[in-house]
Design a protein. Structure first.
Length: 115
């Protein structure tokens, strides 16, 4: 697997090779075709507010390469997908009615640290 890594503030970004992640029973392995990083993401790196080392890129399209035993059949190998970068509860009124974007406690995947 290749990934764009943010090692530290002085080294910048590097394309690194690493192991392919294992797939658990509820997981899908995504073959990422391209990953984007926003200007805000670069600013987090420049201001040293990013977890490091870290894989960079949260705008992620790809295809499903492998699935675990408990993954629904509609997520078949070869299916084209886009990774949702915001994690939702999927239980509240907003999330269960198709208005996930209004969920006030969603967490964005990525490498920023805010505290």
């Amino acid at each position: 697997m290749q990934a764009l890594q943010a090692a530290d503030r002085t080294l910048g970004l590097r394309l690194e090779k690493g192991p392919t992640p294992e797939v658990g029973p509820n997981d899908a392995l995504i073959e990422v075709h391209i990953a984007g990083i926003t200007p805000e993401g670069l600013q987090l790196l420049e201001t040293d507010r990013a977890h490091k080392p870290s894989v960079v890129g949260h705008e992620v399209p790809g295809t499903i390469a492998k699935t675990g035993d408990l993954v629904p059949a509609e997520l078949a190998i070869g299916s084209r997908i886009r990774v949702q970068r915001i994690l939702f509860c999927l239980r509240c009124e907003c999330c269960s009615s198709g208005r996930e974007h209004m969920y006030g406690e969603g967490v964005v995947i990525g490498f920023a640290q805010f505290s």
